[in-house]
Ligand binder design. Sequence first.
Ligand SMILES: [Ca+2]
Ligand SMILES: [Ca+2]
Ligand SMILES: [Ca+2]
Length: 863
Amino acid sequence: MLALLLPALGAGPSAATAAEPSADRRAVHGLKGEYWTQSASGAFDFDTLKATAFDPALDFDDLEPRLRERTGQADDVSVRWTGRLTPEKSGAHTFHITGDNGFRLWIGGDLVIDHWVDDWDREQTSDPVDLKAGQAYDIKVEYFEHYGGSNLHLRWTPPGDGAVKTAVPQSAFTLPDGFDYDGATGVRVTASGRTLRLDFPQRLAAPDPARFRDHVRAVIGGAEWPLGTVRRDPRDASRLLVRLQEPVVGQGGTADVRYDGEGGLAAADGRPVGAFWTAGDNGSTHQLTTRWAKDVGPRNAHPEYPRPQLRREKWRNLNGTWQFAAARKGEAPPVGAGRRLGERILVPYPVESRLSGIERHEERMWYKRHFTVPADWKVRPDGSGKRLRLHFDAVDWRATVYVNGQRVAAHKGGYDRFTADVTDALRPGHRQELVVGVHDPTDKPDGENPPVGKQRLDPEGIWYTPSSGIWQTVWMEPVAAAHTTDVRTTPDIRREHVTVTARGVPDGVPVTAVAYDGKREVGRATGRGGNAFEVPVPDPRLWSPDDPHLYRLKVTVGAGRAADRVESYFGMREIGVETVDGQRRMVLNGAPVFSMATLDQGFWPDGLHTAPTDEALAYDLKAHKRMGFNSVRKHIKVEPDRWFYWADRLGLLVWQDMPSMRSDRTPDAAARAQYEREMKRMIRQHDSHPSVIMWVTFNEGWGQYDQARIADYAKGLDPTRLVNNMSGHNCCGAVDGGNGDISDAHGYPSPQLPEPDGRRALVSGEYGGLGLAVPGHAWPVRHSYVGVRKERFTDEYLAKLKEVGALACRGGTGAVYTQISDVEGELNGLLTYDRKVLKADAGRLKRAHEALIRDAGRPCAPG
Ligand SMILES: [Ca+2]
Ligand SMILES: [Ca+2]
Ligand SMILES: [Ca+2]
């Protein structure tokens, strides 16, 4: 029914509301801008006046479009803004300007900032200027743009304790005498994100909606927005309401509105309203949500078995609703029946996420719940039965765990599983109390500088909202006293066996491993304790992206009824670097392979670090396959085991980054030691996945130190995989450790390759970054490498892929397109942040990727 009603709202001019004289003109807030060209490049003068226009305030991130529109050129332009400034408070006001390029400011005729200098983005601050509340002062700002980018921001710090520096608001400005303006003065996207409100200084005649709409453009959050019906506000004749066809996401940004004066808009007295170009706020509170969010609830919060490579029959998931409270440093743990916590959180969604139900940042917090141990688990502290192990698959960053008031675990590291044997803390016949304390400093200036990846307390551009606290599954299981904590499997395709190590098994205890292809047993062997032994896999069916074949592995520790029985899986594959046709190349199972990946950051609009569901977790990987990628680079984040399980099953080659520390700080000794501990744990936890082919130990110099030693350390921990010591060693002050198996350069938008060193294989570890905002599915733009039009997106993508192909002929053996999905205000995904829109033609990409992967394995044609 709604669809039928909507056109009626925008029906043509109404005769019922007669035009009234515009006697009640409102005061117009804003400034008069004169746009001039200069007499010569570098003259920085006011030579020829090209246009006079209304500007609501001086808070321009990008002046280029306005300069071009108003003067015909975007360089060698000067602007003079004049008007009146009326402060709300009396006292000393300090003014601040940053700009690209020069500027100066007069208040009440006095020159208070003079920076007529050809530089950029160097803030200038005035001496305090004494102003009286309610009194209007003349204000004049002059500005010149030389070349390149251009921006200007006028801010002030009003008097009073606790006053903060803010943009001088539009409400403080009024137009100078003699400058008449009849266009929109106020612009706002309303809370629903569905309506654009335009306020005018006079009453309007009812507009002709279709005609007006054809002559007005709105760029909201950096994206051209599709406009729906237009009507005059029935309650305010000086206001237009424009329906937005897609909802605007409420994450800041501005609405920029232009009208060319040809759309028939007129004041109530019939005088036409002239062209205008103005801007205002995004007041939307609408948020992006994935299709999976509706499936999430206390009984459906990642219920799947969380450790696919070490399965036991009995287990219990402890995700769901927990008690929650913010915590203070040094606070005693809230143990005991009298200490209920005031809030509820849905585990395992990070506290900042909407799915958690809390949706705010906390640096310190308490989690609490109770659990019971099933009687048939036969858990007994006296040695006659099983032990109970409690698993936290990831808690960012420092966690302390109490069971019935007894401290059972303390762990630092935000991306790895930790486990406690809690048997001795259990109370017989009672429900058990579980309390978890968390401290997560993220990138706090005086914090511990842990590995954080892209998390920032003050997110902007390529840095995103942090995830704190429990963010992966919490669960428990009964185990035999002698049991394995981790089954490591290392395939050897030449000697046709898999090496099995049952970590954690006490010395001398027998360990039997049997490998199956489907139901058919292919080999078995027995070892002892935690020592490696070989299980034959004759004539193996090799694992590859084209045929991700997995073998099952059953492992028995000990014998008889007390034995520990687990099931795992492995893939038979080999990765290396060899010389092929004179070039160092990545080689999979003895044949050259071109590793074509996306940059995959694993952020979600509703769950942040935690995918809403397991289906969502698999979705991005399936999207890779659908588009013909054979690889994925998991960028400075470590996913749950189930993500690797999906990569193993679907057939993707994983480049796994170590999450970096802060990019703007050299880590101290403690932070370095912690980085190495967390890297070791990452490698050990994921060193049996056939999908993982590469460890990336640093990225673009972020938190870098001892590059060569760290790469060697990773290689020593896992000699069967490749090590990339510095992805993007050509970028941003990064230092190439010179070692490892891979040499990696970044380029935007075109891919680049490092110079060959005759030893390492060359990759383009990041390229692309084609930006496209899809209205209704995007945050306002905060960062974009290159803007691309929607209808050109696939062509532009394929043009860059062609360059990847050309580099493959010069020795390129892998490439990583930035990126699989938009993340917050970084809109360069193939998918939107909510995963609802694929920007490219999947079929064309698939064909092109398959051709590249096929041809890159062959010698290149000369030329
Ligand atoms: Ca400039
Ligand atoms: Ca320019
Ligand atoms: Ca965090």
